[in-house]
Design a protein around this ligand. Structure first.
Ligand code: SAM
Ligand code: SF4
Length: 360
């Protein structure tokens, strides 16, 4: 493994060390980890330009993809150490043939607080209309659907697939479901959808959903990200302020999105709708990060931007696949977590995996 050089933050000597092998997953900077993001596959039904190349993708070896038994095992060990939320992602999680069973098995896991884990999903919405009733019955508790544009031609150019109608059908199914809060994710991109930000929020409101804009991050498999041309948090807020008065929502906690209520809007309960911005680049929230990631091929990652991974495959498939051995890898991963992603450092290195293989 290689270590990423960083220059921000300081180790806190006053917190319980994750090296003890028991108790919560606390890193060297006092961050308690409660959220495990599980990538179920690196495959996808779309080819979003900011995530995957059009062609020439090197897929993970099928033999290395974790089975449901293996995923459940890791999730149980993580739950015993204080993880309370599992977010299923990818690639496209709905491409996994056993997705309903994945949700059913994971949502039966009970955490240290005696409550069942929350099982959430981030999806591009394709196949969602067909699968959502079974997913809800299986125990899915929260849903994020990604949609960057509601213009068919733009969608086809951005995702390299003419599938907007399928996504809209999925979002309509989500609106009709009881999963709330329903969130829609949109990556803001200059010259692509930056003239559509107000329309996207209006679309979300019409579907009883909260829009969350994401600053584009250097995680595309093609390594084409350009800091100078990305749409920033400030630009997003300026565009939305022309249409709504934005009132900050306090109490963000470890959530990646900063939120604002949209004055003058009201949902079925009379509460104003909110909009969120995930400003990972211009306003990083690393200091409150409580997330850990498991890739589809069994690598634990302590950051989206990490260049180090902690390999669970030899443990899960080796001679001693004990819970203690899995826990030891989890804790090594937590111990290795750096204070921040350091995108702005001159020495920043983009991870070799694209977002589809990391799990967003
Ligand atoms: N396929 C599913 C989807 O698109 O929702 C789940 C996986 S996708 C990697 C998860 C989220 O990451 C999506 O909302 C997507 O827009 C976001 N994403 C992917 N690449 C990104 C990038 N370079 N910068 C910011 N967000 C990105
Ligand atoms: Fe697929 Fe999601 Fe990546 Fe788009 S962002 S290519 S839908 S994994």
């Amino acid at each position: 493994m290689t270590a990423t050089p960083v220059s921000i933050g300081r180790r806190r000597p006053d917190v319980e060390s994750a090296e003890t092998g028991s108790g919560p997953l606390v890193d060297g900077f006092g961050r308690v980890h409660r959220d495990l993001r599980i990538s179920l596959t690196d495959r996808c039904s779309l080819r979003c330009t900011y995530c995957m190349p059009e062609q020439g993708m090197e897929w993970l070896a099928r033999s290395s993809i974790l089975t449901l038994d293996e995923i459940e095992r890791v999730a149980r060990v993580a739950a015993a150490s204080g993880i309370t939320t599992l977010r299923l992602t990818g690639g496209e999680p709905l491409l996994r043939p056993d997705i309903v069973e994945v949700v059913a098995r994971l949502s039966r896991i009970v955490g240290v607080d005696g409550e069942r884990l929350h099982v959430a999903m981030t999806t591009n919405g394709i196949r969602l209309a067909a699968l959502l009733p079974a997913l809800v019955d299986a125990g899915l508790s929260r849903l994020n659907v990604s949609i960057d544009t509601i213009d068919r031609e733009r969608f086809a150019a951005l995702t390299r697939r003419d599938r907007l109608a399928d996504v809209l059908e999925g979002i309509e199914a989500a609106r009709a479901s009881r999963l709330r809060p329903l969130k829609l994710n949109a990556v803001a991109m200059r010259g692509v959808n930056d003239d559509e930000l107000v329309d996207l929020v209006a679309f979300a409101i019409a579907h009883d959903a909260q829009l969350r804009f994401i600053e584009q991050m250097p995680l595309d498999a093609g390594h084409t990200w350009d800091r100078a041309s990305m749409v920033t948090r400030e630009e997003i807020l300026t565009a939305l302020s022309a249409r709504w008065e934005l009132v900050p929502v306090p109490g963000r906690g470890g959530a990646p999105a900063e939120r604002w209520t949209l004055a003058g809007t009201a949902d079925g309960d009379g509460r104003p709708y909110t909009v969120g911005v995930i400003a990972s680049v211009t306003a990083p929230f690393c200091g409150d990060c409580d997330r850990l990631r498991l890739t589809a091929d069994g690598q634990l990652r302590n950051c989206l931007f990490s260049t180090s991974e902690y390999d669970l495959l030899p443990v899960l498939r080796g001679a001693d696949p004990s819970d203690a051995a899995i826990d030891a890898v989890l804790r090594a991963c937590i111990r290795g977590k750096l204070p921040g992603h350091a995108i702005d450092d001159p020495g920043f290195l983009q991870p070799s995996r694209g977002m589809n293989a990391i799990g967003g």
